[in-house]
Design a protein around this ligand. Structure first.
Ligand code: AMP
Ligand code: FES
Ligand code: ZN
Length: 309
């Protein structure tokens, strides 16, 4: 006999959540998932009811689940979707299509920044530069810059991203073992803006695993693309997570303990370390440490490479 759902007791359980000692049917899982988004937003005071929340929607499962789940958790909140098209052939247009389909389904406006149209550059063009082995890191710089740009155009001061608990733990472990303390400090549920015109970055899925985001999309009929970015570091970036997977085998709560431990270390570090003060980039006004920001430097590089053929 299949086990019955621990919440409603009437349906067969389909999702086992050992850390919460729950086995849930589809409907109770969806309710549990949305409830956790609500609790996380409230626990970390991510936004107020009178703010417009910009949700960065990539087309993938995590941010798709985030937009859909946030809409359900906060039905009266003003929400808009933000998407960056990076111009990666056979990938970016699919992502944009899914992001548009999702925004339509959820009933929110979508604002799109198309890198190729705006800068006449696509992420793939960086293959011709010294960054060819670091496309993923260039991508991060471009995305951070573009998110601020579309948020500004959309009049949004809160930016929610779909970083999940596994992403966060993997970044935290990497920053920890490479002693990148400033980076570790920035990995928190709510990151205040560096300059007043910028957004507050919030991560409502910081306590939700990638697997649960996938299940949410499948059960709630949320559209997303499964195509992997051709430049994804995928497995390599998550290597250190295997340690946590192993430690979780005997203690299903281990990832939550690790996350809370990292968040506490990060608070202590923040009090100890004086961060170098950022000044506005002379070209675009974005935070920079030595006059020109990382985005403008990379754009200058790639444009020069393109003009040299
Ligand atoms: P990633 O850096 O690809 O792991 O994505 C982390 C989060 O950034 C996603 O969950 C989205 O919220 C956001 N994001 C990533 N790529 C895009 C994109 N092209 N457009 C809008 N948001 C994105
Ligand atoms: Fe950024 Fe692929 S989407 S490297
Ligand atoms: Zn700049």
């Amino acid at each position: 006999m299949p086990r019955k759902c621990s919440r409603c007791g009437s349906e067969d359980a389909e999702v086992n959540l050992p850390y919460a000692r729950l086995s849930l049917c589809r409907d109770c899982f969806l309710e549990y998932y949305v409830g956790r988004i609500k609790r996380t937003v409230e626990k970390y005071r991510m936004f107020h009811e009178d703010e417009t929340v910009g949700v960065a929607v990539s087309g993938g499962k995590d941010s798709a689940a985030l937009l859909h789940g946030l809409r359900r958790a906060f039905p009266n909140q003003k929400i808009v979707a933000l998407h960056v098209n990076l111009g990666i052939p056979e990938y970016s247009d699919r992502c944009q299509e899914e992001a548009e389909r999702l925004a339509d389904l959820v009933g929110v406006d979508i604002h799109i920044l198309d890198l190729k149209r705006e800068e006449n550059v696509s992420l793939s063009d960086f293959r011709r530069t010294v960054f060819k082995k670091k496309i993923c890191s260039v991508c991060g710089t471009i995305k951070r810059h573009s998110f601020e740009e579309i948020a500004r155009r959309a009049g949004v001061k809160v930016l929610a991203t779909g970083h999940n608990m596994d992403d966060m733990l993997s970044f935290m472990l990497n920053s920890f073992f490479t002693k990148q303390w400033t980076q570790l400090i920035r990995l928190k549920p709510v990151l205040p803006p560096l300059f007043s015109w910028m957004t507050r970055k919030v991560k409502p899925l910081i306590r939700t695993s990638g697997r649960e985001n996938l299940l949410y999309c499948l059960y709630a009929g949320v559209p997303f693309t499964e195509i992997e970015c051709p430049y994804s570091r995928g497995a390599k970036a998550k290597e250190k997570l295997k340690i946590l997977e192993t430690l979780s085998m005997n203690n299903p709560n281990f990832k939550y303990q690790a996350l809370d431990a990292f968040l506490e270390i990060s608070k202590i570090l923040e009090e100890k370390i004086r961060l170098q003060e950022a000044t506005p980039c002379v070209k675009c006004g974005f935070p920079s440490l030595n006059g020109v920001c990382a985005y403008c430097k990379r754009m200058a590089y790639v444009k020069e490479a393109l003009s040299n053929g």
